[in-house]
Structure formats: structure tokens, C-alpha cells
Design a protein around this ligand. Structure first.
Ligand code: AMP
Ligand code: GLY
Length: 422
């Protein structure tokens, strides 16, 4: 079958690699893709915001299945429009993508269906939000309701910081995403990411991972899209994964169904594992980036039938076959990321890195100019390695980072520290 993959990041390079290995695949198209996906399929220029154009492309090229990587097209209803035109797609409907598109929506769902999460309130004006913050005390967390590219969350250590965050969001720092604010209690514990494939009715545990959101070593500096990850997350034991399925994922599936907006696709739960068990920090309605790079590095079965089954409402009983090895990825970013990444610096030595044992280098923000490979974004490469332990995967990944010649780049040097320190 012909498959169209939407997106251009390291996540999509990893998805493209897995899809390209499927015996079910005839031709893979990636819109727009990146220099890494070029070798795995055909990169195509398509205006993904123009749903009619995407449908027309699918008809013309006999695309039987569309896999949507990023959240924006999901929240814009691309899957609804594809399905209305008879094209099968992996990802939630616009209504179900509200699990990522509106933090208030998700918090209300949690309240309605007793899903463990931080206590909260929603606000549409600054004064009541500030009064609530003063009543609850610090630390406290202030969030813009809508999509804010991962920047709309302020973990405030003082009341002054929380009030400033409320003013900033209502002041328009995140545009329409900040028309509403969620204020919630600060949760203590260890963070983990958990992914489940969902078919509208059932959910199947996929894999766990741990991200490193802060830009600097030791988890310092501003939040980013993610500076590195490893899978599995040691804290997500089988017992903890089973609890998350039972206490968070399954009630969400049941609740969404009951509301008439069943969830299909992949549900990405950002969790805080505290002394009383798992609590939901947030949902995403898509695969994580860079979590996907490490989860797929461990996948020991064909990805395409799993995604097809989720889209068709017919997930297998499972479990998903995963390698017991650890995979770890280091995000190699352009200097200046996340505020002002410098574009255009040249990257050399990728071939050398890619032949090292257990290593795969995924492209994200790169571009080719003639024979040269240039940085063209914030997160530029994801240097990924498998190993028998987190320490081995880490040593291999940093060995490959050091084989790459890119003076314009930087990376964290401590990805995996939490797992190795134990
Ligand atoms: P989010 O975009 O909602 O995942 O939030 C970004 C980051 O803020 C999370 O990965 C957590 O580190 C932190 N965070 C969000 N909500 C809370 C909370 N209620 N308590 C503690 N930390 C939080
Ligand atoms: N790495 C976090 C995310 O994909 O949202």
C-alpha cells in the first residue's frame, strides 16, 4: 500500500524508517520530510493546512493510509477531512485532539471520570486566577490553555512569579492559546512519558520513555521541545504501566467514547509518578519527539500493521513486541536554541557516526545545499543508540556525537543521568 507521512522532524524520520521496512509498504511519501527521509521514500511539497490538497494528493497517488506526526494538523481536523473523503488515517479527530489542544478540556475530563491529576481551576480573566493562586500558595503551576509550542507552562516557585505568568498569558504572550488559563497544584515525583495505541474503543500499551525538557545539563535553563530521551523509563515497571493503563488511559478512552468523541491514534501521557502513584500532567494526541526515536529503536515488530489496526478500530490483543535493550537519543541542537537558533552552519561526519555499533542518526532541522548538509532549525539531529544498559546506549550515542563534526551545534552531555545514577 502507499502511505503518506505528514511532518518533518526527527520523529518523522524515525517513523519513516520503521514504515519503510514494512513488507506491506509499496511507496512512502513524506510531506514535507527532511534530508533524512529522502532515502526512505519520496519527500513531497504539500500545504498540509489545505486539507483538500492533501485529499487530492492521496487520490492521485493512490495513498491508502495517512500517518499524521505533529499536533497542529490533528487539532485542525485533517483526519476528519481525510476520513470524510474515504482515506484511512492514523490520528485522532479534531474533537478528540482536544486532549492536547486544550488543557482545560483534559482537566475537566479528568474531573468527570476520576482520572488522577493535580487539583486545578480554569480562568478566563486575570484577577480570579490571581486570587486562586494566593489561596493555594506556591509552588504552583500556571498554564495557557491552548497549543503554545511547549512554552505555555510556568512552574512558579513564588506567588509573584505565578501572578506575573498570569499577566503574561492574559497579556497575549501566546496569542489565542492564552485566552484561558489553567492553574494547578505543583506535583512532586519523577516524570515519565507513556504511550498507548488507541482504536476508539481499546488501548494497547506501546512503550515508555523519559524526556529531558530543559536545555542545560542537570535539568537547568529554559524548557525545550526535548533535548534527549531514553526508553524504557525505569520507573515505568510492568506494574506501574498496568496502573497507568487502568487508572489513566482506559478511563480516558471510556470517557471520550461516552462523550461521543472516541480517541484513535496514539495517546501520549506525560506523568508524574509520586508517592501515591501516577498522576497525569498532560496528554498529547500524537507521538513524542524525541521519544519516538527511542521507542521505535526498540520495536521488534512491523509498525505499519499496528498503526493500521489503530485506525481501523481493530487493535490486536498485544502485547507489543519490544526489545529488552535500552535506546537513548541525544538531541544535537543549533547554537542559540531554544531562543534564537543559528541557521546555516555546516555539518560533517554523519556517515562515520551512522556506521558505529547500534547507532542511528535521525535528521530533524537539516537541509541539503548541493553536497553540503546545513543546520536549518533548532533541534537538528537526534543521535540515537541501542545498548544492553542505559550506560552502554549512552556511551554509544555520545561516541557518535563526537564523531560528528559540527562546530555550530551543542548538546546536553548528561542524557540518561537519572537512570544511570540509580
Ligand atoms: P506540560 O507542557 O504540561 O508537559 O508541562 C511542561 C513541564 O512542566 C512538565 O514536563 C513538567 O516538568 C512541568 N509541569 C507541568 N505541570 C506540572 C505540575 N502540575 N507539577 C509539577 N510540574 C509540572
Ligand atoms: N518531547 C515532548 C513532546 O513531544 O511533546
Amino acid at each position: 500500500m502507499n502511505v503518506l507521512l505528514i511532518g518533518s522532524g526527527g520523529r518523522e524520520h524515525a517513523l519513516a524508517l520503521s514504515l519503510s521496512r514494512s513488507p506491506l509498504l509499496t511507496q512512502l511519501f513524506i510531506a514535507p520530510g527532511n534530508p533524512g527521509t529522502e532515502a526512505l521514500g519520496r519527500n513531497v511539497t504539500l500545504d498540509v493546512a489545505d486539507h483538500r490538497a492533501v485529499v487530492d494528493f492521496c487520490k492521485l497517488m493512490q495513498v491508502g493510509f495517512v500517518v499524521v506526526g505533529p499536533e497542529a494538523p490533528l487539532v485542525a481536523g485533517l483526519v476528519d477531512d481525510l476520513e470524510a473523503a474515504g482515506v484511512l488515517a492514523f490520528g485522532p479527530s479534531k474533537a478528540a485532539a482536544q486532549l492536547e489542544g486544550s488543557k482545560g478540556f483534559t482537566k475537566d475530563l479528568c474531573a468527570q471520570f476520576s482520572i488522577p491529576t493535580a487539583d486545578y481551576q480554569r480562568f478566563s480573566a486575570p484577577e480570579p486566577a490571581k486570587a486562586y493562586v494566593r489561596q493555594r500558595g506556591a509552588p504552583i503551576v500556571v498554564k495557557a490553555d491552548g497549543l503554545a509550542a511547549g512554552k505555555g507552562v510556568i512552574v512558579a516557585m513564588s506567588l509573584a512569579e505565578a501572578e506575573a505568568a498570569i499577566d503574561m498569558i492574559f497579556g497575549g504572550a501566546f496569542g489565542a492559546a492564552g485566552a484561558e488559563v489553567v492553574v494547578e497544584d505543583f506535583l512532586e515525583g519523577e516524570e515519565a512519558s507513556f504511550f498507548a495505541l488507541c482504536d476508539g474503543t481499546r488501548a494497547l500499551a506501546f512503550a515508555s520513555a523519559q524526556d529531558h525538557k530543559r536545555v542545560g545539563d542537570g535539568d537547568t535553563g529554559p524548557n525545550t521541545g526535548g533535548m534527549g530521551a531514553y526508553s524504557p523509563a525505569p520507573i515505568m515497571s510492568e506494574a506501574m504501566s498496568a496502573r497507568v493503563m487502568k487508572e489513566i488511559i482506559e478511563p480516558t478512552m471510556a470517557g471520550m467514547r461516552q462523550r461521543g468523541t472516541p480517541f484513535k491514534g496514539v495517546l501520549f501521557a506525560g506523568l508524574m509518578i509520586g508517592s501515591k502513584g501516577p498522576k497525569l500532567i498532560e496528554f498529547n494526541a500524537r507521538f513524542g519527539d524525541p521519544e519516538t526515536q527511542v521507542m521505535l529503536a526498540r520495536l521488534n515488530e512491523d509498525l505499519l500493521p499496528l498503526l493500521l489496526a489503530a485506525a481501523k478500530g481493530a487493535l490486536p490483543a498485544g502485547p507489543v513486541k519490544l526489545s529488552a535493550q535500552t535506546a537513548l537519543t541525544v538531541v544535537y541542537a543549533a547554537r542559540g536554541y531554544p531562543d534564537a537558533p543559528e541557521r546555516g552552519s555546516e555539518i560533517k561526519g554523519l556517515d562515520r557516526a551512522a556506521t558505529m555499533e547500534g547507532v542511528t542518526v535521525f535528521h530533524a532541522g537539516t537541509k541539503r545545499e548541493g553536497t553540503r548538509l546545513l543546520a536549518n532549525g533548532g533541534r537538528v539531529l537526534n543521535v540515537t543508540a541501542r545498548g544492553d544498559s542505559v550506560a552502554q546506549a549512552q556511551a554509544r550515542a555520545y561516541g557518535a556525537v563526537d564523531a560528528i563534526d559540527w562546530p555550530g551545534g551543542f548538546c546536553r552531555r548528561d542524557i540518561g543521568w537519572r537512570a544511570i545514577g540509580k
